[in-house]
Write a protein that binds this ligand. Structure first.
Ligand code: GAL
Length: 727
């Protein structure tokens, strides 16, 4: 039988290219996912992650082999590596965004100590995508994803690819390919079960495996009934369990999670999920985080998906510009968030060998991810590269061969490029929506570098940033020939000196690098249905002289409610409705309330702002902003109150200086000091000099269980404390 053992623990790391003569004592003990360097969140030299490092892992075979083969599986390591076991080279890999595996059976010492060594080159290698030219994101180094040890019988299942058919009928079916490693001529059979999310068996059967030469065996389960579809609101998942049996013995089994859904872009220009037109509204996501680069454990990956779906109300995310963590994609499946996934690259196309890696990236991405119901489109061009007919015919052909169920896109920024894909995926930086020349047409980026915005910018800039997103989403919603728009981007991200604001950040996010909202995030959030939850977010710091010319006019509010009553002090300024004239297509247009300057203006004293939002006649939300504008409290918030004692699990600790109603004090630059007690570590800048009144650190569990307390101190305010449990 197959055994899979997590292999993230007990690694040794040194930030140098060393031979066997260097003692283990010179190495540092680490747990994966691991970044080869912890950085401040900005103002660092990104050349500092570019070096060759050495990882070692001593291990004894955790389980007796009993004739099985043993593989080591890497989910990803940036950027290129050579791997050695017991002094012998077992293989290498080029490319940091896709998984790779080695059969280590013949190099193993079954009864003694084994030494695994990874020589990892994290330099920006021009021979490996995305490099060769400048790139607007960073490829932080390290074995930054999970590693596994896998035991399998010589005859085992390599892959299962599940396809659902006739999903819109009452009797859908499942067709699946099982790829076997080898066959010895003796009869084999599959025992197959279909299970629902609660693991109840809905169907079971035994099939004899055909003795054809092809390693890929195709089976079908037809005429199912009572199947529920995977949708955005109800992302119902099923499992297919395939057991490979010989002489009454189970040789291997794989359980694949999938969903019944039909997703297609049609000739009329629309995107249809289960036969229903869905306008796509989304954001791009980079996989990097402050301090830890891309070495985020499952919990943080899953949290990002939750943020995009639940805090930003999006129905689609693009994994710009590479395949991202399977933890992220798993969560997208679970919560009903569509994904446009693409191959690594950025504008530049290299030589034949480089393009060979690109073709391999297409293959590995699709083979890794084609069972995810959330993924509905493959990006098979290097983002924003020039036309290259031979390469892109090949990537499209390969994608269609590996996955006949999904369409392809390929992101470009010029409309007259060769349309070789199924969907014309287009970056539109016109600050409007260009009339499509080809359909289906999906906008894959807009805004971004055209209007960078920091969380501590003057409020009129933050408002304009939000309204740009609102205007473009409004416009695309009104154009039937446009399938949707995915803005640039969800989160501010670290980048090279050649891009961004010079401090190694592109401030293009609707949230900052800590995933904390700018006003543009409030715009997206306000498109959530009020039946899910009322949203009421004033886009103002309620001061008299922050905007050019002073005052607060117009008062902009992002809300999904029907009406908002504005109170200035105790006086009602009136009830207002969303600006449907300026935004005729948005489900929930922004409120733009004019005339405030008639009441209060620059130089006058002014009372608190109070907003009350009404939905279907009832008051459902209230927001107050203090006129006093002074720090009232230091607030600490944890995303999670429990972590796993696995040495890698992390959660975010948000800290804010707020007014008496919990609104961030936007321009405070107070210093906050943190102390931690217990079996966890703080990751990030400590002390932290605030910009914009808020930021975040991460708390990383150690290997011991216990209680952890974090205390934060800042001048003039009561210290704040939070507690969490490491289990
Ligand atoms: C695009 C590019 C993105 C990002 C963005 C900034 O051209 O595809 O990666 O650089 O510009 O707006």
């Amino acid at each position: 039988m197959r055994t899979i053992i997590p292999f993230n623990n007990n690694w040794l790391f040194i930030s140098q290219d060393v031979g066997n003569d260097v003692l283990d004592s010179s190495f540092e003990p680490v747990t994966l996912p691991h970044t080869n360097k912890i950085f401040p969140h900005h103002n660092f030299d990104n050349a500092e992650y570019q070096f060759i490092s050495t990882y070692r892992k001593h291990f004894q075979l955790p389980e007796v082999r009993h004739g099985r083969q043993v593989f080591i599986d890497f989910d990803g390591a940036m950027t290129a590596c050579e791997v050695f076991l017991n002094g012998q080279k077992i293989g290498d890999n080029e490319g940091g965004f896709t998984p790779f595996s080695f059969d280590i059976t013949e190099y193993l010492r079954e009864d003694g100590d084994n030494l695994l060594v990874v020589r990892l080159d994290s330099t920006e290698r021009p021979d490996i995508p995305p490099y060769g030219f400048v790139v607007d994101y960073l490829t932080f180094g390290g074995i930054y994803r999970d590693v596994w040890l896998r035991y399998v019988e010589p005859c085992h299942i390599e892959q299962v690819f599940v396809r659902t058919k006739d999903v819109l009928t009452d009797s859908p079916s499942v067709e699946f390919d099982v790829q076997l490693s080898q066959q010895d001529g003796r009869p084999l059979r599959f025992e197959i079960s279909l299970l629902n999310a609660e693991q109840n068996v809905l169907y079971q059967d035994v099939r004899s495996v055909s003795q054809s030469d092809s390693p890929v065996k195709t089976e079908t389960i037809s005429h199912l009934s009572g199947i529920q579809k995977w949708s955005l609101d109800q992302p119902i998942l099923y499992h297919l369990l395939v057991k490979l049996v010989q002489d009454g013995q189970v040789l291997d089994e794989q359980k694949i999670r999938f969903g019944f859904r039909e997703a297609e872009f049609r000739k009329d220009g629309g995107f249809y999920l289960n036969g229903e037109l869905v306008k796509l509204i989304g954001l791009n996501r980079h996989q990097t985080y402050p301090y830890i680069g891309a070495a985020a454990p499952a919990r943080l990956q899953r949290k990002d998906a939750d943020i995009v779906k639940y805090e930003l109300g999006c129905n689609i995310v693009r994994t710009s510009h590479y395949p991202q963590s399977t933890h992220f994609l798993d969560r997208c499946d679970e919560i009903g968030l569509l994904v446009f996934e693409e191959i690594p690259g950025w504008q530049y196309i290299g030589d034949n060998d480089w393009q060979g890696i690109t073709l391999r990236d297409v293959q590995v991405m699709i083979e890794r991810d084609r069972n995810h119901p959330s993924i509905m489109l493959w990006g098979v061009r290097i983002n924003e590269s020039k036309d290259n007919e031979a390469l892109y015919r090949a990537t499209n052909e390969l994608a269609h061969k590996l996955d006949p169920t999904r369409q392809t896109g390929g992101v470009r920024y010029f409309q007259n490029s060769q349309f070789l894909e199924d969907v014309f995926t287009f970056n539109d930086f016109s600050n409007s929506v260009q009339e499509p020349e080809h359909v289906p047409h999906l906008i894959t980026e807009f805004s971004g570098h055209m209007f960078p915005t920091k969380i501590w910018d003057q409020e009129e800039r933050l408002i304009e940033h939000a309204l740009r997103h609102a205007r473009i989403q409004d416009k695309q919603l009104g154009m039937p020939s446009v399938a949707g728009a995915i803005g640039w981007c969800a989160f501010d991200y670290n980048t090279h000196r050649e891009f961004g604001s010079g401090d190694r950040i592109c401030y293009h996010g609707v949230m900052d690098i800590f995933r904390l909202p700018k006003y543009a995030a409030y715009f997206y959030e306000s498109q959530i249905s009020p039946d899910v939850r009322p949203v009421l977010r004033a886009a103002t710091i309620w001061s008299m002289g922050d905007r050019s010319g002073g005052g607060n006019d117009p008062l902009v509010i992002f809300s999904n409610c029907d009406e908002i009553e504005v109170f200035i002090g105790d006086n009602s300024f009136g009830r207002y409705q969303p600006d449907r004239e300026a935004f005729p297509h948005l489900p929930h247009p922004p409120f733009q309330i004019r005339g405030i300057q008639l009441w209060i203006t620059w130089g006058q004293s002014f009372p608190d702002l109070r907003l009350v939002a009404y939905y279907q006649g009832a008051a459902v939300a209230e927001q107050r902003i203090a006129s006093r504008g002074l720090p009232h409290a230091l607030e600490l918030t944890l995303d999670d109150v429990e972590l796993r004692a696995d040495g890698a699990d992390m959660t975010r600790l948000i800290f804010k200086i707020v007014d008496e109603y919990g609104n961030r004090i936007p321009y405070t630059n107070q210093v906050v000091n943190f102390e931690i007690e217990g079996s966890a570590d703080l990751i990030g800048e400590n002390p932290f000099a605030l910009m914009g009144g808020q930021a975040a650190l991460y708390i990383r569990a150690r290997h011991e269980v216990g209680v952890v307390t974090v205390r934060a101190v800042t001048p003039g305010l009561t210290p704040a404390t939070v507690t969490l449990h490491i289990r």
